[in-house]
Ligand binder design. Sequence first.
Ligand SMILES: C[S@@+](CC[C@H](N)C(=O)[O-])C[C@H]1O[C@@H](n2cnc3c(N)ncnc32)[C@H](O)[C@@H]1O
Length: 317
Amino acid sequence: MGRASRDKRDIYYRKAKEEGWRARSAFKLLQIDEEFNIFEGVKRVVDLCAAPGSWSQVLSRKLYLPAKFSPEPMDGDRPLIVAIDLQPMAPIEGVIQVQGDITNARTAEVVIKHFDGCKADLVVCDGAPDVTGLHDMDEFVQSQLILAGLTIVTHVLRVGGKFIAKIFRGKDTSLLYCQLKLFFPVVTFAKPKSSRNSSIEAFAVCENYSPPEGFNERDLYRLLEKVGSPTGEDDLDCHSGWLEGPNKVYIPFLACGDLSGYDSDRSYPLPNVAEGTSYQSLDPVQPPIAPPYKRALEMKKASNLGTRELERLSLDS
Ligand SMILES: C[S@@+](CC[C@H](N)C(=O)[O-])C[C@H]1O[C@@H](n2cnc3c(N)ncnc32)[C@H](O)[C@@H]1O
């Protein structure tokens, strides 16, 4: 698909470039905020799986920059934003970057160190593995990223804080819902308008972090495994045996963002341009600086050059 054609078919891709966001994902976080007011009172945030950085840009623009340019004297320190990804990210003002794997305990330790004994008010996680197209497999790997995120949450999030995580809707969504409910009394699965209906992606918005009494972070996985088992935790929504029959939990999905706003599954005409000029697609705001497919692109380029050289030689002879 050419860039102009993508501009037409993906309004959020076009708008992201116009508004200076590195990725169209920025709109998902903004639309979640419109519904849940997630930034209210937030001073410290962890952005898990942050590259290329559009969520970090939202955090910087919503939290760090207003505090930096505020004429009012700051009460306390400037907002602290720590972003982690496997991939390196170009710098963003007010965002501390950590390159690492969120499933690795050492990465979690680095994040915790940055908070220097303080706790975060908000943890967001937009992690996604390289999708294989095998839904069960993708959903499983995705759920592992959420559980890694939850592990970090149990170490850094303050009681009362919020956790936003990308999920893949599938047959284990109710299990995940019940697991999250162990830690958050309010869990909503939200589908922002900028997330295509054709995509199985949605977002868990978890509010008011309240770990079970006497909770020890080291017991996290044992606790999660108990959910839904006959000896599992009882919860108003998640009774033992909920996986089967009449006890099965049906989870409502909440659409968020202006519902009369742009539809991510629709094509929109390109903006009118002055007579005699043609539409110019904007360049991406910040291409990834070291994407995993970089070597493949280099090899493709080298092989194209090789082919052209061969063609030239055969024409010369
Ligand atoms: C959809 S992108 C995130 C987009 C980002 N929120 C933004 O707005 O620009 C998913 C990211 O998850 C990262 N990721 C996947 N598995 C990871 C892991 N185990 N640890 C850290 N990052 C991971 C990928 O490198 C990728 O950058």
